[in-house]
Design a protein around this ligand. Structure first.
Ligand SMILES: C[S@@+](CC[C@H](N)C(=O)[O-])C[C@H]1O[C@@H](n2cnc3c(N)ncnc32)[C@H](O)[C@@H]1O
Length: 196
């Protein structure tokens, strides 16, 4: 993650965050409980929405980590920050009650490895809470996402518009408890059970 991208990230996301996303994040994170692991926590945009839990947040970019310090200070719960990628998590098996991933599986280079790690560190029957943009069902829009991805990826620091994260969770055997779609299925939230 480049320094410039991290500096501008909140500014560009502000219209979405102050509109629909605030409610989406708040509703999703109400489902978190116990020991929570957040993957790719970025500027800490989720931190204000945690209540009554203990959070460990991993993030590979030192620039993003630095930008999340203020939100960590203001959070209502303890948040430990760890510099790490999601593909190799420095935690033991079955360490967390909840794993949170928001707008991050679009950017993680090795999503298969990250899914496996998420499953490993989450307790059996633990919760996985995801909010992601995914490849859309509508064929024209899906094709457009495919076409745009090489350019989008360059401008948005590795973000891929064509990731099928909603399908990938099925491959890894997570049980879908609830899904919600926003903006014609461009964004989805998923509450998953970690069946082992
Ligand atoms: C689009 S931002 C989303 C930030 C935040 N999760 C949110 O909801 O706004 C993507 C984040 O994923 C992080 N990231 C990139 N590669 C990663 C990896 N391999 N593992 C975990 N996070 C990664 C980036 O540094 C960045 O902070």
């Amino acid at each position: 993650m480049s320094k410039t991208f991290s500096e501008w990230y909140d500014f560009f996301m502000k219209p979405l965050e102050q509109g629909k996303f605030k409610r989406v994040r708040s509703d999703l994170l109400k489902e978190s409980n116990g020991k929570v692991l957040e993957l790719g926590s970025g500027t800490g945009i989720n931190f204000p929405f945690y209540h009554g839990v203990e959070v460990t947040a991993i993030e590979p970019s030192e620039y993003m980590l630095n930008r999340s310090l203020k939100r960590r200070e203001q959070a209502k719960v303890p948040i430990e920050l760890v510099q790490s990628g999601a593909e190799l998590l420095p935690f033991g098996d079955n360490s967390f009650d909840t794993v949170v991933a928001t707008l991050v599986f679009c950017t993680i280079p090795d999503v298969d490895q990250a899914m496996g790690e998420m499953k490993r560190v989450c307790k059996p029957d633990g919760k996985i809470l995801m909010f992601e943009h995914v490849k859309m069902d509508q064929p024209f829009l899906a094709k457009l996402q495919e076409r745009l991805t090489p350019y989008w990826k360059k401008v948005c620091d590795g973000c891929c518009l064509n990731r099928e994260t909603d399908l990938l969770v099925k491959k890894y055997g997570f049980k879908i408890i609830e899904t919600r779609e926003f903006y014609r299925g461009l964004f989805v939230t998923m509450v998953l059970n970690n069946e082992k």
